[in-house]
Write a new protein. Sequence first.
Length: 94
Amino acid sequence: MKSQLSWNDSRNLNIPTHQSFQTKQRRFSYKLNDVWQHVLTHFYVSSEPRIWQTEDSLGRTAWSAYDPTTKRSIEQVSAPELRIWLEERYYQSV
């Protein structure tokens, strides 16, 4: 015999929604992009810093950068922190 669920019971089931799937897919995409950017930093030949945007686990935008000249990097920082890091790089080379 089949058991029947009331409307209230069916709302309590943890059925993944399309939105939660999209969120997980977006997070995976950002993580994959972050890995790809790290790979590129090792093969990229230029004296210019390499900068990329990522997303933290809460969905907030974060920035990372790598300077091939000094071999220094900065990861998961805000835009103002990245600007300060870039300005310090510029003034150290002048």
